[in-house]
Design a protein around this ligand. Structure first.
Ligand code: UDP
Ligand code: MG
Length: 314
């Protein structure tokens, strides 16, 4: 039985040594063969040199180095496509995903009751309140409007059977939103809550704006509800305007036509104009996704690796 750990790394030179040390210590104690599959996502610091060094010293270390920064989603996909394990885990390089949970996760899987053990943070300590608020809002909206069922506070840290990984690799969409993909493929998932941990070193790569765009991606990738809202909104407004026209005609017939109310008219014109632009924007989001999907660009390009039989472009 082979346990594969996929670790996407982007500028992680500060936290990598600690990650390697702690994770290896846990894995050695686990009485199974393992492979650490690092994916260097176009780091501009010493991450790649560190990985080369680790691979030299430790035969359990494999690394894939991408030709530029493709983003965590693509880095994870590269990992999924090139793993050989029977059980596969994804872990961040910053030790926010405690390796000490691995034995328990493996035990859960081996009991045969589950196909996947996923972790979620039970609190959002150490996070700015604004960020927590929007995160919660996102999960609430997302679960209402899509059938990818997403757990609030779910992390990407999870251990799964090969079957599930294969299903994930088959979902080869270009715009990837892993939390949604994990939920969409289904399988029996066991949730393991744990207390939020700050990263050991370095900085988070997620600004508020990046997270906001990512959440829009999530919604557009897994729900058509915004399109329905746009068209329903259009329908309702058209009906209202019919009623208004009727009202104006009746008033004209009864009271003549004094020129009144042009400021409110201007407001209405601006309002409708704004709404139309917004709805076009919503439609545009979907068209843009379709455009990118139809190009069928590769998800990642590997420029350097110590692994054998690596799919270098996919
Ligand atoms: N990461 C990556 N490519 C990126 C951004 C991040 O591979 O473009 C990796 C990063 O090295 C880390 C993981 O994804 O291992 C999670 O990143 P981070 O800790 O910045 O996110 P957070 O934990 O704050 O959500
Ligand atoms: Mg982190």
């Amino acid at each position: 039985m082979l346990l594969s750990i996929i670790v996407p790394c982007f500028n992680e030179q500060e936290s990598l040594p600690a990650f390697y040390r702690e994770t290896t210590a846990v894995l050695r104690g686990m009485d199974c063969t393992y492979e650490l599959l690092f994916v260097n996502d176009g780091s501009t610091d010493g991450t790649l040199e560190l990985l080369r060094g680790l691979a030299e010293e430790d035969e359990n270390v494999t690394y894939l180095s991408l030709s530029r920064n493709f983003g965590k989603e693509s880095a994870m996909y590269a990992g999924f496509c090139n793993t050989r394990g029977d059980y596969i885990a994804v872990m961040d390089a910053d030790l926010q995903d405690p390796p000490s949970l691995l034995p328990e996760m493996l035990q859960q899987l081996e009991s045969g009751e589950y196909d996947c053990v996923a972790t979620r943070r039970e609190d959002r300590e150490g996070e700015p309140p604004v960020r927590s608020f929007f995160a919660r809002l996102f999960y609430r909206i997302m679960n209402r409007i899509s059938d990818a069922d997403i757990m609030d506070g779910a992390r990407d840290f999870r251990l799964m059977r090969r079957d599930m990984t294969e299903a994930i690799v088959e979902m080869s969409e270009y715009n990837r939103f892993s939390k949604g993909i994990f939920g969409w493929v289904g399988f029996r998932t066991c949730w393991l809550p744990y207390k939020n941990i700050e990263r050991v070193a370095g900085e988070t790569k997620w600004s508020f704006w990046k997270l906001f765009k990512y959440s829009i991606d999530g919604i557009v990738n897994f729900s058509q509800v915004p399109l329905s809202i746009a068209s329903m909104g259009g329908l309702v407004l058209t009906l209202i305007s019919f009623l208004m026209i009727l009202f104006i005609i009746v008033r004209k017939l009864l009271f003549g036509d004094p020129v009144l109310g042009w400021p409110s008219m201007a407001c209405i014109v601006v309002f409708i104009g704004g709404l139309q632009l917004f709805c076009m924007g919503v439609i545009g989001q979907y068209i843009a996704k379709t455009y990118l999907e139809t190009k069928r660009r590769p998800h990642y390009i590997v420029s350097e690796t110590n692994g054998k039989d690596v799919q270098k472009i996919r």
